[in-house]
Design a protein around this ligand. Structure first.
Ligand SMILES: NC(=O)c1ccc[n+]([C@@H]2O[C@H](COP(=O)([O-])OP(=O)(O)OC[C@H]3O[C@@H](n4cnc5c(N)ncnc54)[C@H](O)[C@@H]3O)[C@@H](O)[C@H]2O)c1
Length: 332
């Protein structure tokens, strides 16, 4: 089977494409390279363009009639940018996704796996969230993801479309063969900021130490990007058992069932690197929350998925990739 991957030149989409290739599922990638990297698709079936470009999607399906499903990773995914320019985020993430659905249905592609996000969940005292937890997205970016989910659910109930929304928690690490990894040099992700501080001999700021967590620092659920990629392979293989004619829209958390605080992440990081990270504790950033971790029972039940790779492995792979990325992408 072939699978259309939108955003397949990005961090997660390229890793999913590698996992597909490893098991003879052929990825056909569409990416406008707005943030994605040509180096990640050089040796892959690749179309440069926008997901809302109907004639291009028609051409892809006419050249690859074996495409049986679409994995929709393409999106703008930077929270602070979305606060600065919400119009662009709604236009790109919501408007273009809607056009894409039209193009997919016209071409008879009725299976959609959607890159959703844990950021759609509201703050919860319990810290653990399952798929039934309240959806209360805080940023424009998170609201575009929640809006897409609602939109897809409505469309699936009244069209041949069936949708599996995979709600990623906090991806870390890289493809274990280091074919691809995080390509953006400055992300707001905690581990990326830690690595940048350590490589540049800077001080890493722990923002907030008065949250209602074990040690007061914020909590996240770090899941290895290769584990995420494997979940997509399982989802492709079992799509028709998970999304049935009766249950046309399904949402599944992809996380580890375990939260890690920022202080715990610093400790885990220091066990991996030869010299300790310099750390300073500062006040909370406006808008930040204590965080959450995933109940991942449903992923095990419906996909047979559970994460295999440890936090330490994720830190090691992120560090290895940060060295390798200079070779693959140049000094960016
Ligand atoms: N990285 C995270 O922490 C995280 C967490 C949860 C969910 N997600 C979701 O996972 C998906 C992938 O995220 P990522 O971290 O790999 O980001 P990324 O920026 O590396 O990848 C997104 C890719 O989509 C492409 N793209 C964007 N708009 C496009 C369009 N209109 N047409 C074609 N291509 C387009 C970009 O060029 C890029 O290659 C996104 O949907 C994001 O919302 C990411």
């Amino acid at each position: 089977m072939k699978v259309l991957i939108t955003g397949g030149a990005g961090y997660i989409g390229s890793t999913v494409a590698s996992a597909c290739l490893d098991v003879d599922l052929v990825p056909v990638i569409i990416d406008d390279l707005s943030t994605g990297r040509r180096e990640f698709v050089d040796d892959r079936v690749f179309y440069q363009g926008d997901v809302q470009d109907g004639p291009l999607i028609d051409r892809i399906f006419s050249e690859h009639p074996e495409i049986g499903a679409t994995i929709h990773c393409a999106a703008l995914a930077n929270v602070p940018d979305s606060v600065r320019d919400p119009l662009r985020y709604y236009r790109d993430n919501v408007g273009k996704s809607l056009s894409l659905i039209d193009h997919l249905l016209r071409n008879g592609c009725e299976r959609l796996i959607f890159s959703s996000s844990a950021s759609i969940y509201g703050a919860s005292e319990k810290l653990e969230v399952d798929e039934g937890s309240p959806v209360q997205p805080l940023s424009p970016y998170a609201r575009t993801k929640a809006t897409c989910e609602l939109m897809f659910e409505d469309i699936a109930s009244a069209s041949p479309l069936r949708v599996l929304s995979l709600r990623y928690f906090n991806p870390i690490g890289a493809d274990p063969h280091l074919r691809t990894g995080q390509h953006l040099s400055a992300t707001s992700a905690v581990l990326d900021r830690m690595i940048q501080a350590w490589l540049n001999d800077d001080v890493f700021a722990i923002t907030g130490t008065d949250y209602p967590t074990r040690d007061g620092s914020g909590m996240r659920d770090y899941v290895h990007v290769w584990d995420l990629a494997q979940a997509h392979v399982l989802a492709l293989r079992q799509f028709d058992e998970v999304c049935t004619p009766q249950e046309r829209y399904v949402a599944v958390n992809l996380g580890t069932n375990d939260g890690t605080t920022v202080k715990e992440l610093v400790a885990a990081f220091n066990r991996v690197v030869p010299t300790p990270l310099a750390v300073v504790e500062v006040d909370r950033r406006p808008g930040d929350i204590a965080g959450a971790y995933a109940s991942n029972k449903k992923a095990l039940e419906v996909l047979g998925w559970s994460p295999r790779l440890s936090l330490t492995q994720g830190i090691q792979d992120s560090l290895e990739w940060s060295e390798k990325r200079k070779e693959v992408l140049g000094r960016v």
